[in-house]
Design a protein around this ligand. Sequence first.
Ligand code: PHE
Length: 445
Amino acid sequence: MERENWASKLGFMLAAMGSAVGLGNIWRFSYVVGENGGGAFLILYLASVLVIGVPLLLAEVSIGRKAQSDVVGSFQKLAPGKPWFLAGFFGVVASFLILGFYSVVAGWSMYYFWNYLTGELFAVPSEGYGFIFDSFITSVYQPLFWHGLFMIFTIFIVLTGVKKGIEFANKLFMPALAILLLLLAGYSLSLDGAMEGVRFLFQPDWSVLDDPSVYIAALGQAFFSLSLGVGTMMTYGSYLSKQHRLPGATVGIGIMDTFFAIISGIVIFPAVFAFQIQPDSGPGLVFIILPDIFAQMPFGGLVGILFFLSLTLAAISSSISLLEVPVAYFIRVKKWSRKFASIVTGSIMFALGIAASLGMGGLSHITPIGDYNIMDSMDFVASNILLPFGGLAMALFIGWHFTKQQAFEATDLTNSAFRNIWYLLIRYIVPVLIIIIFLNTLEII
Ligand code: PHE
C-alpha cells in the first residue's frame, strides 16, 4: 500500500505540533508542577526540554524521515540484523499504555464540554467543583462512556488517514486554544492573591531539588509533552519527503509546546492560590480550578464551552498521533488494512483505559507501583521509563550507529552553525543525563 505523505511542510508542522500540544501541556503539566513544588521544577523542566528534548526531537524525526518506516521498521531498515529495533517495541508498548489512560482523561474533558453546553456547570455547585469532579471520576459508567466516545473519534480519524483529519483540526483549534489561554491568563492574574501563584510558579525554592523524584518527573514531563520516545515523531517524520529542512521545524515545535505549558501555568496557579486550593491536589487540578475561574468571570459559561471543546480537540490531535504508532507498525508487518489495524489497536487501548478509569473509584485499592493507582502506574511506566529509554536508544543510534556525516545529513545540519553542539549533546550529554536520571528511578521504585 502507498504510504501517506504530508501535503506540505506546514502539514507536518501542524501535525507534529498537534501531537505535542495536548492534555500534557494543560492537565498534566499543571498538576505535575503543583506536586513538585513549582518554580525549581519548572526550571528543571525547561532545561530538560532545551538540552534533551529538542535535540532528541530532531534526532527522532530524522530517523523516521531517513528510513520512511514505522518505529520498529525504521531501526530495522537502517541497521539490519542489529538489535536496535527492540527499542521500537518499547515505543509500541508505551503507545498502548499512554493512549489507554489519555483517552480516559480526554473523556473527562468531553464530559466537561458537554456539561458546559447544557449549562450544568455554570454556577458553583453547593458541594464545590472538587466534589463534582470526584464523584464523576469515581463512578463506573459515565467516565467509561466518554472514554469510549473519545476513542471512537480517535479511531475514526486514524482509519480515514491521519493527514486529512489533523490538518483541518489543528489549523482551527490550536489557535483557538492559544487565544483562550491568553485570555484566561490575563483574567487569572487579576484575581485577588494571584501574585502568590506567580511566585509559586516562577520563584524557585531550590530545596525541592533534594528529592531525586523531582528530576525524574521533569524528564518524564518533557518526554510526554514533546511526544518523544514513543515513535510518534518518528512515524510522522516518515511521512515527510526528503526536501524539508528539519532543525527549524523541531525548534519551532519545542517553542510552541513550551509556550502552551507556561501559559497554562499562568492560568492555573494564580487561581489555585486565589481560590485556596492545594497546588498538589493531583490529576484533578485543572478540572477543579478552571470551572472556579469560569464561574467568576464574565461570559464564563461561554468560555467554558469553548475551552473544553478546544482542549478536547487538542487531545484528539495528540491521541491520533499515539494510535498511529502501532497502526503504522501493524499495517506493515501484519499487512492489515488501515481500518482493521485502527479498530483492533484502538479497542485494546480502550480496554486498558477501562482499568485506568475504574482504578479511580472501585479499583482504587489496586496500586501496581508504590501507592500509585492504575492510571498513575501506567503513566509512570510509560513516561518515566519507556519514553526515556526510547529516547536513549534514539540518541545512541544517531550518535554512535551513524557516522558523523550521516548524522548531519539525516538532520539537515551539514551547513549549520549549531551542528557541533547538537552532536555533542546527542552523542554524549543526552545519553549520560538520561542514564543518571534512570538510576534514580530504579532507586525509588
Ligand atoms: N504530547 C502529548 C500531550 O502533551 C501526549 C503524547 C505523548 C502524544 C506521547 C504522543 C506521544 O498531550
